[in-house]
Design a protein around this ligand. Structure first.
Ligand code: CMP
Length: 141
């Protein structure tokens, strides 16, 4: 099934100069880049993007982090790209992420219980892929 996924290099990834490396991994895997944009994420978009996590204790920290500097948002297309991208990205917690994955190779732990800063986001389902790509396209010109 040809799908679309929303990939966002988070502020720590952009600041650390990891954008090229991350794009390269998706290109080498064979996925198709459909859209790309560097922008400062407005608070409303961050809140809309993470609306399912509103009740979590780390939510305010997450919104501060995502809006703290420019992000690079991308739409990638391919057969099974949503699940495949999650595998390329690795576990949410950089310390748990396997070597060979983006977070396993590139994400660092910056403080105890600090797993917000994990370099990259990828959609968790084809429906969310569509929703997140559409949301960003609508808000950012
Ligand atoms: P992401 O894949 O973008 O989805 C939600 C984000 O919330 C996640 O990456 C992390 O940046 C952050 N996150 C998830 N769980 C925790 C947690 N337990 N503590 C802090 N931040 C978290």
């Amino acid at each position: 099934q040809v799908e679309e996924t929303y990939i966002m290099v988070k502020p720590d990834g952009v600041q650390r100069g990891l954008v090229g490396e991350i794009i390269s991994r998706f290109e080498k895997k064979g996925f198709k880049l459909k859209a790309l944009k560097l922008f400062q994420c407005p608070k409303e978009l961050a809140e809309e993007h993470y609306k399912d996590l509103k009740a979590k204790s780390f939510y305010p920290k997450l919104i501060d982090y995502i809006t703290s500097g420019p992000v690079v948002s991308m739409a990638w297309e391919g057969v099974g790209v949503v699940a495949s991208a999650r595998k390329l990205i690795g576990s949410t917690d950089p310390l748990q992420a396997e070597p060979g994955t983006i977070r396993g190779d590139l994400a660092v732990q910056t403080g105890s219980k600090q797993i917000c800063r994990n370099v990259i986001h990828g959609s968790d389902s084809p429906d969310n892929g569509k929703r997140e790509v559409g949301m960003t396209a609508n808000i950012i010109e």
